[in-house]
Write a new protein. Structure first.
Length: 133
């Protein structure tokens, strides 16, 4: 990731941190939920929250940005981040991300309801068109 080869031979602290060939400290984080490309990402230590979220392609339309969940794997601590409020107020998003943390972006209820309704309507229309033909 980041166009650099990762040297996993150079461990800093029990596989939580590692470095690339230039000596940059890297770590893995998980980004799941209603984002474009959920998965595990290698990021630079100290990367800001928006940069980390953008690694997964950013949140999808209908994402619940007022309740982004940060699950800290090392301590089972769970915290909620009001990303929407922070972005609207123009404040810095000062969230410390640690190795193996998981960021979960949920989908809003309205988005779920709308997507399921549209899918159901399309299925019914497809059945009607098949019957009529």
């Amino acid at each position: 990731m980041f166009g650099q080869h990762i040297n996993t031979e150079t461990l800093i602290s029990s596989n939580e941190y590692f470095s690339d060939e230039k000596g940059n400290v890297l770590m893995q984080v998980n980004i799941i939920g209603h984002v474009k490309k959920p998965g595990t990402y290698i990021i630079y230590e100290g990367a800001d929250f928006l940069t980390i979220l953008s690694q997964a392609g950013g949140p999808l339309q209908g994402a619940k940005l007022n309740k982004v969940i940060l699950f800290r794997n090392s301590s089972s601590e769970v915290s909620t981040i009001d990303l929407k409020g922070l972005l609207e107020n123009g404040k810095n998003i000062d969230v410390e991300i640690k190795p193996n943390d998981t960021i979960y972006v949920s989908e809003s209820f309205a988005s779920i309801l709308l997507s399921r309704s549209v899918t159901s309507i399309l299925q019914i229309l497809n059945i009607l068109i098949t019957i009529l033909n």
